[in-house]
Ligand binder design. Structure first.
Ligand code: HEM
Ligand SMILES: *[C@@H]1O[C@H](CO)[C@@H](O)[C@H](O)[C@H]1NC(C)=O
Ligand SMILES: *[C@@H]1O[C@H](CO)[C@@H](O)[C@H](O)[C@H]1NC(C)=O
Length: 335
């Protein structure tokens, strides 16, 4: 069978349309962000972020945890638009002031990277991309994982404290609520479990979980899903009375064994009833998510690959691109 040139052209055209259609409907593929976005306009941008994060890590081992959490909290509130980096003004309380952002830190690392990048390529690299690169570099430095991060995000112009708690998961959410919070951002239940592995590094204030130790519910003062010896250890670090408004609120590492190593030990802790937050332990104690926890216990490198992919997916939530938004000169204030 032979086709006339015009028929061949037509079928080639159909085929190309088909490819385009597949490209456009692929879930989780960001059409606007691309790897190496600054290759021509600011070739050293990503290297500057990496060296800044490395230097900060040398004096503070908590930096990777801080930057990963900062990126997560940025992306879940108004998308990955660096709204979390904006300071409050006389007339506006910014996101960072919300209780939901209790303990967020690492802002000075972003400021440093931004200052160095502005010196080389003014008005070119967004704060939201710098934060996405810094979170990726944190995963690399704390977990030994290497992956590319698509860029081309622009920065938003507003930040409202009142929008934070309605968009972020709460430490006492059950699996259904956690699933919903992530689904609203286009992330699956498995991605929620995968990303929770970030709680293999960093710290939590006692106030984020001490209800599990002293006033869990009507039937048990102590959360029955917590290993009793782990509860005893935590009570030693978090003595009562404790409330969130006054008094000491110590920090406790999420993973007492390898506190600064991003690995699948988090899931092993859950299996031994040693999850720190209620929202961690429910991933094991709910039948909806236990299978994912088991897989992550048994297949560390599969978890690592899923983690990198889920971070990239999270980094594409509601991004501002093209002519929208702006490239902030100072990540703490709008231009
Ligand atoms: C699944 C729902 C989640 C809940 C309920 C949750 C909640 C929390 C809470 C309460 C803290 C401690 C805050 C404090 O008391 O100082 C924390 C810390 C942290 N979270 Fe999450 N989180 C969740 C998911 C995630 C995700 C998806 C990531 C990143 C991919 C993440 C990364 C971190 C990190 C790295 C820390 C430690 C921060 C530091 O040491 O500076 N979390 N989280
Ligand atoms: C989760 O919490 C919600 C809100 O409190 C509640 O309606 C629901 O029944 C809970 N689901 C499970 C599985 O416990
Ligand atoms: C949670 O899981 C552990 C370990 O499988 C089990 O022993 C315990 O009974 C569960 N606790 C609750 C409250 O579901």
């Amino acid at each position: 069978m032979s086709f006339s040139p015009s028929v061949q052209m037509a079928s080639l055209f159909t085929y190309l349309l088909f490819l385009l259609a597949i490209f456009f409907i692929s879930p989780g593929v960001s059409l606007t962000l691309k790897r190496g976005f600054y290759r021509k306009t600011c070739p050293s941008a990503e290297a500057i972020v990496m060296s800044t994060v490395k230097a900060a890590l040398a004096s503070d081992p908590g930096i990777p945890a801080a930057l990963i959490r900062l990126h997560f909290h940025d992306c879940f509130v108004r998308g990955c638009d660096a709204s979390i980096l904006l300071d409050s003004t006389l007339s506006n309380r910014a996101e960072k002031e919300s209780m939901g952002n209790k303990g967020v830190q690492g802002f000075q690392v972003i400021d440093e990277a931004k200052a160095k990048i502005e010196a080389q390529c003014p008005n070119t690299v967004s704060c939201s991309d710098i934060l996405a690169f810094a979170a990726r570099d944190s995963v690399t430095l704390a977990g030994g994982l290497h992956y590319g991060v698509p860029s081309g995000r622009r920065d938003g112009r507003v930040s409202f404290a009142a929008e934070v708690t309605q968009n972020l998961p709460d430490a006492f959410f059950n699996v259904t609520q956690l699933k919903q919070t992530f689904a609203r951002k286009g992330l699956s239940m498995e991605e929620m479990v995968t990303l929770s592995g970030a709680h293999s590094i960093g710290d939590s204030h006692c106030s984020s979980f001490s209800k599990r130790l002293y006033s869990f519910d009507k039937t048990s003062a102590q959360d029955p899903s917590m290993d009793p010896s782990y509860a005893r250890l935590l009570k030693g670090k978090c003595p009562r009375p404790l409330n969130t408004r006054s008094g000491p609120d110590p920090l406790v590492p999420f993973d007492p064994v390898t506190p600064n190593r991003l690995d699948n030990n988090y899931y092993k802790n859950l299996r031994s009833s040693k999850g720190l937050l209620a929202s961690d332990q429910v991933l094991w104690n709910s039948t909806l998510t236990r299978k994912f926890v088991k897989e992550n216990v048994n297949h560390p490198s599969a978890w690592a690959a899923k983690f990198a992919a889920a971070m990239v997916h999270m980094g594409s939530i509601d991004v501002v691109t093209g002519k929208q938004g702006e490239i902030r000169k100072n990540c703490r204030v709008v231009n």
